[in-house]
Design a binder for this molecule. Structure first.
Ligand code: UD1
Length: 361
């Protein structure tokens, strides 16, 4: 069996790493599976892309489509045009897409129009919020895919309700957590930790890049003020996404306890998360990592496609209104944050299960 694996943006890279490693292991065991890795080039900065390949030991992609930045339509179209040509020249039995980024959707459409089967890893999750481009990407991808690899029973049910057949749904666990567990012993202290004299649970981590939080400068300013005024003076470390950085640089927000740094590599970022008092974020994937590490997580979103991080894990959705930040931080500092548990099958073996299913066919 020949598969083509698609990766395009930062949150894809930690999801493909365990898949490729599981394929390599299956090959060593004599299983008939071969892969080709296509990087669409949606993310292209060293610290948004290359670093992850190096740190997570992901082989160099067979091709980089070099699509780069643009509007949603420009990126989608650019990826489709480039991948259509690539797939015609390199036919495959199955295109494997992960997550919910623009590359996931664009490559699924191209594959199906060339009558190539598609498998979606992290299928079936839904925020039901169509103002997020990721939700549209999930809906389109799942409408087309032939095989669904899922992270939760909620995702399974969403797919059933959308008409997926039982034989298409494979509840395998979470590949992102495979990567986290595989690298827990390799996490690396970044330079900023000693430079700022940080210590265990003595600082907070902040990440923000969603349009609802960062595109409007007045709101971004209020959000930052509420955070900085209510962390009891603890340092806030903010690895800033390029999208946020563009808006942030004109705002002139500065505070003694605010430390803006470049986007971090995987091993350094998760070292910082593991040792911090809490994470404030608008990411989806990070809420899964904090759940597994048992770190309190305050999410600046109105909804989540990963409800188990709230119902089982340490995550709390507080919405995008900056007024909600103080009560959440007060709760954190009162010492009463929920402890949380680990969702079913988030055990580090999801990729192995996926490759087991693929090679059993
Ligand atoms: C994308 C994903 C999102 C994911 C996020 C994580 C979609 C729809 N969204 O959003 O799900 O959580 O990545 O990073 O696919 N930029 C750079 N360098 C890069 C990449 C981007 O400077 O390497 C700039 C672009 O020029 C653009 C902005 O960052 O201005 C946004 O990039 P884009 O890929 O459009 O979406 P993200 O916001 O990164």
């Amino acid at each position: 069996m020949k598969v083509t694996i698609i990766a395009g943006a930062r949150p894809n890279f930690m999801k493909i790493a365990p898949l490729i490693h599981a394929i390599q292991k299956a090959q060593q065991e004599g299983k008939a599976i071969d892969y080709r890795l296509v990087h669409t080039g949606q993310h292209y900065d060293k610290n948004m892309s290359d670093t992850f390949f190096e740190e997570l030991n992901i082989p160099k992609p067979d091709v980089n489509l070099g699509v780069g930045s643009g509007t949603q339509a420009e990126q989608t179209a650019g990826i489709m045009v480039a991948f259509e040509k690539d797939l015609m020249e390199n036919p495959t039995d199955l295109v494997i897409v992960v997550g919910d980024v623009t590359s996931t959707m664009a490559c699924s459409i191209v594959a199906k129009k060339q009558c190539t089967k598609v498998a979606h890893i992290e299928a079936g999750i839904r925020s039901w919020d169509l103002t997020m481009p990721e939700e549209i990407n999930r809906m389109v991808t799942d409408a087309l895919a032939d095989m669904y690899f899922t992270t939760s029973e909620v995702a399974n049910n969403n797919l059933r309700n959308l008409g997926a057949r039982e034989g298409q749904i494979h509840f395998v666990g979470n590949v992102m957590i495979d990567t986290l567990l595989a690298n827990m012993g390799r996490l690396r202290k970044p330079e900023v930790y000693d430079r700022l004299n940080l210590n265990e649970k003595g600082y907070l981590m902040l990440t923000m890049h969603r349009p609802a939080n960062v595109d409007e400068s007045g709101k971004l300013r209020r959000t930052m003020t509420e955070i900085l005024n209510n962390v009891q003076g603890l340092p806030v470390i903010f690895p800033i996404h390029p999208r946020t950085a563009k808006i942030f640089k004109d705002l002139g927000i500065a505070a003694d306890n605010l430390h803006i740094v470049d986007p971090m590599g995987y091993l350094e970022f998760n070292y910082m998360v593991k040792h911090c008092k809490a994470v404030i974020t608008d990411s989806g994937g990070i809420t899964e990592e904090t759940t597994v590490m048992g770190v309190p997580c305050i999410t600046l979103r109105d909804n989540t496609e990963r409800p188990e991080t709230c119902t089982i894990g340490t995550n709390e959705l507080i919405g995008t209104n900056p007024d909600a930040i103080k009560p959440a931080l007060d709760m954190l500092f009162s010492g009463n944050w929920k402890k949380g548990g680990i969702p079913e099958l988030w055990d580090g073996k999801a990729a192995e299960r996926i490759v087991g299913i693929l090679t059993a066919k």
